[in-house]
Design a protein around this ligand. Structure first.
Ligand code: FAD
Length: 386
C-alpha cells in the first residue's frame, strides 16, 4: 500500500529524487534534536545538501542546475521537512528565491548568471533580509529603517535586519533599504565583509536551527550595479509555497510517529494496542482530514502555478489559501498526534514536542493569516463587482 507522503509523485524521475531526499531526511532527523537543543546552525546538513546537489535544484539548466518546477520543489521540501523542519525552511528560502529569480527575471541576467554559476560550482546560497524590528513583517509594506545613501561609484548601507535565516552560512545576501533621495525602497546585493556583523539573537521557541539571527550593516559599501533595479515580472509569489511544504512535512512526520505509537502501544488495561480504540481512531481520521485537505490544495496550487504561466499574478489568493490551510492544519495535526501519544508526547526524548514548537512558526511566515483573509475578501469583492 502506498504511503500518504507518496500521493503526489507523478513520475519515475520524481520517485528517484524523492528517495534520495528521504535518505537525507533520515540523516537530518538524527541530528535535529541536538541542533534544536543547542540552537546551533546545522552546517553538517548543509554540507550534505550541497554534496547531494540540492542547492542547485532550481538553478536553470542553462547554468548547470536542474531547473526544477515549483511542484517538484514542494514535493522535495515536504519530504526534507519530515527529517528536520529547520533545515527545510532555511534551505527553502534559498531554492525558492532562485526559482523566483528564474521566473521573475528580476535581476539583470549577468548578475543572476553569476549567482547561479556560483551556486553550482561553490554551493553558494542566497536569501533576502527584509525584516526589521521597527517595520514588522515586510509583507505589510513597512518602510525599512535601513538606509542606503549614494556614495562614489555605489551606495553605503546602514541598518539592522532581524529574522535573517541562513545568516551563519551566507557570503552574500539581498537587503532592502530606504533610499531617502528617491523616497523609495531599494534592494541591494551585499557581500559579507567586516562591515557586516552577525548578532546571535535567534533563541526562539521553534525553528531554532535556522540561524535566523540579526544582521547589522555598518556603512557597508556596495557598488552601483549591486542595486537591483529590474522590476521583473510579477510571478504571483509562487516560490513562497516552500513555506507550507515545510510545515506539511513536519505534520506528516508527527502523524507517522503517532500512527506507529498507536499501533505498538498496549497498556496492560487493553487486549490490543490503542489503535483499536474508537477515540484514537477518531483522532487518526481527523489527522487524515487535515493533512489530505491541505496537501491536495498545496499540490493543486503548485501545479496551477507551473502550468498557468500567464495567470501567475492572479493566483495570489489561491497560493495564499494553500499556505493558510497548510500551516493551520499542520498545527492541528501535530496537536492531534500529541493527544494520541498522550503524556509521552511531552518528552524531550521524542520528536513530537519539537514538531509542536516548530510548526507554530508557520503562522509568522508570509503571507500571514490576516493578509490571506484580506486578499481572499478583496478577490471575492472584485469578482462580484464585475
Ligand atoms: C522561522 C522564521 C524565519 C524567517 N526568516 C526570514 C528571512 O529569512 N528574511 C526575512 O526578511 N524575514 C524572515 N522572517 C520574518 C517574517 O517574515 C516576519 O517579518 C516576522 O515573523 C514578523 O512578522 P509579524 O507578522 O509577527 O510582525 P508584525 O508585522 O510586527 O506583526 C505583529 C502583530 O501586529 C499585527 N500587525 C502589525 N502591522 C500590521 C498591519 N499593518 N496590518 C495588520 N496587522 C498588523 C500583526 O497582525 C501581528 O498580530 C522569518 C520569520 C520566522 C518565524
Amino acid at each position: 500500500m502506498s504511503r500518504l507522503i507518496d500521493d503526489y509523485i507523478r513520475s519515475e524521475d520524481e520517485r528517484a529524487r524523492a528517495d534520495q531526499i528521504d535518505e537525507l531526511a533520515a540523516r537530518f532527523a538524527e541530528r535535529a534534536a541536538r541542533h534544536d537543543r543547542e540552537g546551533s546552525f546545522p552546517f553538517d546538513n548543509f554540507a550534505d545538501l550541497r554534496e547531494a546537489g540540492y542547492l542547485k535544484l532550481t538553478v536553470p539548466k542553462q547554468y548547470g542546475g536542474d531547473g526544477l518546477s515549483l511542484y517538484e520543489l514542494v514535493l522535495l521540501q515536504e519530504r526534507l521537512a519530515c527529517g528536520d523542519g529547520s533545515t527545510a525552511l532555511a534551505v527553502g528560502w534559498h531554492i525558492g528565491q532562485i526559482l523566483h529569480l528564474r521566473t521573475s527575471r528580476k535581476w539583470p541576467e549577468p548578475m543572476f548568471a553569476d549567482l547561479c554559476r556560483s551556486v553550482v560550482k561553490d554551493g553558494t546560497m542566497i536569501n533576502t533580509f527584509a525584516s526589521e524590528a521597527g517595520t514588522g513583517s515586510p509583507s505589510r509594506g513597512g518602510k525599512p529603517e535601513t538606509v542606503a545613501v549614494p556614495s562614489e561609484g555605489g551606495w553605503r548601507i546602514t541598518g539592522r535586519k532581524t529574522f535573517s535565516t541562513l545568516s551563519p552560512i551566507l557570503d552574500r545576501f539581498v537587503v532592502t533599504a530606504y533610499i531617502p533621495g528617491e523616497d523609495c525602497t531599494g534592494e541591494f546585493l551585499v557581500r559579507r565583509t567586516d562591515k557586516v556583523s552577525l548578532i546571535e539573537t535567534w533563541d526562539t521557541l521553534g525553528m531554532r536551527a535556522t540561524g535566523s539571527h540579526d544582521v547589522v550593516l555598518d556603512d557597508v559599501f556596495v557598488s552601483e550595479e549591486m542595486r537591483i533595479t529590474g522590476k521583473g515580472e510579477d510571478d504571483g509569489g509562487g516560490w513562497l509555497l516552500h513555506i507550507p511544504a515545510c510545515y506539511m512535512g513536519i505534520a506528516v512526520a508527527a502523524r507517522d510517529y503517532a500512527l506507529s505509537f498507536a499501533r505498538s502501544y498496549r497498556p496492560n488495561t487493553l487486549e490490543a494496542p490503542i489503535a483499536s480504540l474508537p477515540s484514537v481512531r477518531h483522532a487518526i481520521g481527523e489527522m487524515e482530514i487535515e493533512l489530505r485537505t491541505a496537501r491536495s490544495l498545496l499540490y493543486a496550487s503548485a501545479d496551477r502555478w507551473d502550468r498557468e504561466k500567464d495567470a501567475r499574478p492572479s493566483l495570489k489568493p489561491v497560493l495564499g489559501l494553500a499556505k493558510y490551510v497548510a500551516t493551520n492544519n499542520a498545527i492541528r495535526v501535530v496537536d492531534l498526534a500529541m493527544r494520541i501519544v498522550g503524556g509521552g508526547s511531552l518528552s524531550r526524548h521524542a520528536p513530537l514536542e519539537r514538531y509542536y514548537r516548530d510548526v507554530r512558526a508557520g503562522l509568522h511566515n508570509p503571507p500571514m493569516d490576516n493578509a490571506v483573509i484580506q486578499t481572499l475578501a478583496g478577490a471575492a469583492l472584485a469578482e462580484t463587482a464585475l
